[in-house]
Design a protein. Structure first.
Length: 295
């Protein structure tokens, strides 16, 4: 069994079409099809099945693609060990939350295009639960996730988790109402806006968990009226009088929105890079991980 054929199968499992595989591996769709057909004969099982006008991997094909990750990773690691100057090559699939992708992944993709053009990054925008689900089913290689120190995520022993950075968050309010605040602590801030509508996250409950915890400490239950996971939209809602909500302290870009610091207890978003255990030795993935920013 030639490892090159495993590469065709693995890229097909990641990219979903023979045309995309051909583009990435700089060959033709007929070559991709022929090589996977030969691989099927070598293994004695069907690796592809029809899916409308396209094809998809059979259960056996998906299992072999799973093995291919380990096999090709070991081959790449051996090649790099023998030749440290060897150039990594491959497609790294990343799923992550929008602000994290902008902050961390896009600069890495730009750097790779300049310095390591044989390593390609494919990005999907997903909230943490969605990204981790894709990671567990091997639909992506890297999940960029977050939680809050006041709402920590549950650890998954099947995943390797690397802390990346932490960022302070505050309560975003209409700037004209910032003078309502009396005091400087988090509970003072929450008390000052207890009668306002609150804006939650439409795709991740961690924000509302944090707000609910702090509001309970301040003696009230928040009234959530709007939900959005786009931070620009959250700002627009606040400016339009739709309520108040959590935002990074550095995020306020509208002159009519102010972000009040939350201290004692602090509210900090923590970002993480998550991979399946043992996969981070694969050179393209290791390269991407090494380029991600950290504290």
């Amino acid at each position: 069994m030639e490892t090159r054929r495993l590469q065709f199968l693995l890229e097909l499992s990641r990219l979903g079409s023979m045309r995309a595989v051909a583009d990435v591996l700089e060959t033709t769709t007929s070559t991709v099809s022929q090589q996977i057909s030969v691989l099927a004969k070598e293994t004695g099982v069907a690796l592809l099945e029809p899916d409308g006008r396209r094809v998809r991997l059979t259960p056996a094909g998906r299992r072999l693609a799973e093995h291919a990750v380990t096999i090709l990773g070991a081959v790449e690691a051996a090649r790099v060990d023998l030749d440290p100057e060897a150039e990594p090559a491959g497609t790294v699939r990343v799923a992550g939350f929008g602000t994290g992708v902008r902050h961390a992944v896009l600069p890495v993709a730009d750097l790779l295009a300049q310095r390591h053009p044989r390593v390609r990054v494919v990005i999907s925008e997903h909230e943490p639960a969605e990204a981790l689900a894709q990671l567990r089913t091997d639909d992506v290689d890297l999940a960029l996730t977050y939680d809050y120190d006041l709402a920590p995520a549950t650890a998954d022993p099947s995943l390797a988790v690397r802390p990346l950075w932490a960022e302070p968050w505050g309560l975003a309010v209409p700037r004209a109402d910032a003078n309502r605040l009396r005091g400087t602590g988090t509970l003072d801030v929450f008390t000052a806006f207890r009668d306002r509508d609150w804006i939650g996250n439409s795709r991740n409950g961690a924000d509302e968990t944090v707000v609910g915890t702090l509001a309970s400490m301040a003696g009230f239950a928040p009234r959530f009226t709007h939900r959005a996971d786009n931070l620009d939209l959250v700002q627009d809602l606040i400016a339009a009088g739709g309520g108040v909500g959590l935002l990074p302290e550095s995020w306020a870009t509208r002159p009519d929105v102010a972000v009040l610091p939350l201290t004692g207890p602090d509210v900090r978003l923590r970002a993480f890079a998550c991979t399946r255990r043992g996969r981070d030795a694969w050179p393209p993935l290791a390269l991407v991980l090494g380029l991600l920013p950290g504290d």
